[in-house]
Write a protein that binds this ligand. Structure first.
Ligand SMILES: Cc1cc2nc3c(=O)[nH]c(=O)nc-3n(C[C@H](O)[C@H](O)[C@H](O)COP(=O)(O)O)c2cc1C
Length: 488
């Protein structure tokens, strides 16, 4: 199902009991976070999206925790279950890409054409709801937005669920990223695009080619697939709006900005237009981040706002990150499910992949593989360390195909019992996530790869590998039947 805008998605959630309206006046400083944290840490069946109707000092309501449940995340991307994403993309790749043992790199390269070919390219419209109200010049004032201060020691207020749009200064290719923005004052924001991300690469390119300014647009709201796609780690050159169009089964409609040479989602709630001057940096943070820790104050680019446009009746979308689990875990889960077929393009031996919440994405990846040759797990570990943002993973553990990596406790049982710590470990140094506080240098540090597969004689394991303890199916069936007779 394709939602046209955020209000339609919110109505869908409300009809299905997945949204709670908060009628009390609530402060965007800290109080909204405390509500969100309460529903995020409780049982999943009580995890609802929250619509704050009266926000202190603000004319717009705030909606939050839209994606904080697997069912809501699935609906947002047009499916019933998150696993459907894996099946849907696998079907597209099977249909559109050459089959057989051909060159996987060439097949991956054709993914873009595959998405283009099915006609989900964004279209540009002339009139857009997001431009119903336009503020430019002196009328630009970020304090009109109900921007949250999430945690007590945050350095200020932060826009937390943005869609940040830039173009490569040389190729013109669009990048869409979800990067938080700190309010410096009424007309300037700090842009937290980390060094490995698309926006930062555009800024570096702009500096290299001597560009004066990088036009930047930030949209808030719109179709939920549009909101989510900014967080999808697509390779450079693949337009996230193409992905959103494919997910929603309808091209994303864009409109040209009023003051910048960029296009933005026509059905967004708000758009902030502006520019970044290459090389201009200002301290950003601290910010209570998804690592469960505050990120320190660091220099980040400054976005000079030239216009704010919005719907007449706009709804401000936000998220809160912090100690897991929070909403972003489910946003990442959608990425994990959707990217599994893409990982298999490069490594067809991969059965499943999981990023448990305890690992906050970059700290832990569990992978099950169909092991075919000695050292196969090591090949997969090194392969993942060379694949896009997977390069930043601090710990990769590889299991045999029969281990369910979605069951973290069971996977840990096999990791702890199968690995020999002198033989089955790779310690490596390389790039780490910009948020990694453990690495001994910023964004550079140690990683560990663990081979938790059953070891073969060819790998130097000469004793017979022990059999797992399990009941016979006959006895199992008889006891099940007897148990049912007991009524349970
Ligand atoms: C809620 C949320 C907040 C995020 N905040 C940031 C951020 O402030 N800076 C950043 O570099 N990445 C942030 N990310 C991760 C990026 O959105 C993600 O890495 C994405 O792939 C970036 O897009 P890009 O690959 O086009 O740069 C955030 C993700 C989520 C889900």
């Amino acid at each position: 199902m394709a939602y046209t805008n955020l209000a339609e998605f919110v109505a869908h959630l409300e009809q299905r009991g997945h949204l709670r309206r908060i009628p009390f006046e609530v402060n965007p400083e800290l109080e909204i976070t405390a509500f969100v944290d309460r529903v995020s840490k409780g049982p999943l069946e009580h995890n609802v999206a929250l619509l704050f109707e009266r926000v202190t000092g603000a004319q717009f309501p705030v909606v939050i925790n839209l994606f904080g449940h697997p069912q809501r995340m699935a609906w947002a991307l047009g499916v019933e279950r998150l696993d459907d994403l894996t099946d849907k993309l696998t079907a597209l790749l099977d249909m559109r890409l050459p089959q057989g043992l051909g060159d996987t790199m060439a097949r991956a390269g054709q993914l873009l054409q595959a998405l283009r070919a099915v006609g989900w390219k964004p279209s540009v419209v002339k009139k857009a709801p997001v431009q119903e109200v336009v503020h430019t010049g002196d009328a630009v004032d970020l304090t009109m937005l109900p921007i949250l201060k999430c945690w007590p020691e945050d350095g200020g207020r932060f826009i937390t669920l943005p869609t940040v749009i830039t173009r490569d200064p040389v190729t013109g290719a669009r990048n869409v990223g979800m990067y938080r923005l700190q309010v410096h004052d009424r007309r300037t924001l700090g842009v937290h695009w980390q060094l490995h991300k698309g926006g930062a690469e555009h800024a570096r390119t702009a500096k290299e080619v001597g560009a004066q300014r990088i036009p930047v647009a930030v949209s808030l709201g719109g179709d939920p697939a549009v909101i989510w796609c900014g967080a999808a780690p697509l390779p450079p050159g693949i337009d996230e709006f193409l992905l959103a169009g494919w997910l929603r089964g309808k091209p994303v409609e864009l409109v040209t900005c009023i003051t910048q040479p960029l296009e933005v989602p026509a059905h967004a709630e708000f758009v902030i237009e502006g520019y970044v001057e290459p090389g201009e940096l200002r301290p950003e943070g601290p910010f209570g981040d998804h690592t469960g820790h505050y990120t320190p104050i660091e220099p980040y680019p400054v976005l000079h706002v030239t216009a704010i446009t919005h719907r007449a009746q706009a709804l401000y979308p936000a998220t809160v990150v912090g100690l897991p689990p929070m909403e972003d875990y489910w946003m990442g889960k959608a990425t994990e499910r959707l990217f599994l077929p893409l990982i298999r393009l490069f490594m067809s031996e991969v059965v499943d992949i999981a990023m448990p919440p305890e690992g906050v994405f970059h700290n832990l990846v569990l992978v099950s593989i169909r092991k075919r040759y000695p050292g196969h797990a090591r090949k997969v570990i090194n392969g993942l360390w060379g694949l896009g943002l997977m390069a930043l993973t601090r710990c990769i553990i590889v299991f045999d195909a029969d281990v369910d990596v979605q069951d973290t406790a069971r996977a840990m049982f096999y990791a702890l019992s199968n690995a020999d710590w002198a033989r089955d470990v790779i310690i490596q140094e390389g790039p780490t996530d910009a948020l990694d506080h453990a690495s001994y240098r910023p964004a550079f540090g140690g990683k560990i790869g663990i081979d938790a597969t059953r070891k073969w004689p060819e790998e130097g394991y000469t004793r017979p590998w022990p059999k797992p303890v399990a009941m016979t199916p006959e006895v199992q069936a008889r006891v099940e039947a007897l148990w049912r007779q007991l009524g349970g």
